[in-house]
Design a binder for this molecule. Structure first.
Ligand code: ADP
Length: 152
C-alpha cells in the first residue's frame, strides 16, 4: 500500500495541482491532499473554502482524501502512515527550493519525496498568479477547476 501526502496551501487549487495529483494516482494507492495551516500567512481563501474546493474537485476519486494539518509535514506523514511526499516541479527555482526540503525530510523522518515535472502547458500556473488575475477581474477559468470561484 503506497500512500503519499500532497502538501500545499492550495490558495486556491489550480489546474497545475490537478495535473500532478491525477498523474500521482498512477503511482500511489492513496493520496492525501494536505492543506498546511500557517497562522502567520495571509490567505485569499479561508481554510473552509480551500478545503471545499479540493473536496468537490476530487469527490469522485476514492483514492483521494482531503485533510488539514499544522506543524511539520513529516510529522503529519508519520501520523497518517504515509511514507511519501508528492510534489510538482515547474522550473529550476522549484527544484532548488524543493531539493533542500526533500533532503531534510529524508534525514529527519526517512520520508521519501517523489517529484513529477509539470507539463509544458501547465507549468506557468501558480496560485500567486491566479490570485493576481482574480483581484484584477481577469478571466481565471482556464487556470483553475470549475468549482473555484472568487467573490469579492
Ligand atoms: P506551497 O504553499 O507549498 O507552495 P502550493 O499550493 O503553491 O503550496 O503548491 C503545492 C505543490 O503543488 C507544490 O509541490 C508545487 O510545486 C506544486 N504545484 C503548484 N503549481 C503547480 C503547477 N502549475 N505545476 C506543477 N506543480 C505545481
Amino acid at each position: 500500500m503506497k500512500k503519499a501526502v500532497f502538501p500545499g496551501s492550495f490558495d486556491p487549487i489550480t489546474l497545475g495541482h490537478c495535473e500532478i495529483i491525477e498523474r500521482g494516482l498512477a503511482i500511489f494507492d492513496e493520496i492525501i491532499l494536505a492543506i498546511g495551516i500557517n497562522a502567520d500567512k495571509k490567505y485569499m481563501f479561508s481554510l473552509e473554502k480551500r478545503k471545499y474546493f479540493l473536496e468537490k474537485t476530487f469527490e469522485n476519486y476514492p483514492k483521494i482524501t482531503v485533510k488539514t494539518y499544522q506543524g511539520l509535514t513529516v510529522e503529519f506523514c508519520k501520523k497518517e502512515k504515509a511514507n511519501y511526499i508528492l510534489r510538482g516541479l515547474r522550473n529550476p527555482l522549484d527544484f532548488e527550493f524543493e531539493r533542500s526540503i526533500a533532503e531534510t525530510n529524508k534525514k529527519m523522518a526517512d520520508i521519501e519525496s517523489v517529484f513529477l515535472l509539470s507539463s509544458g502547458e501547465k507549468s506557468h500556473i501558480s496560485s500567486t498568479i491566479v490570485r493576481d488575475v482574480m483581484r484584477n477581474n481577469g478571466n481565471y477559468k482556464f487556470l483553475v477547476p470549475p468549482i473555484v470561484k472568487y467573490e469579492k
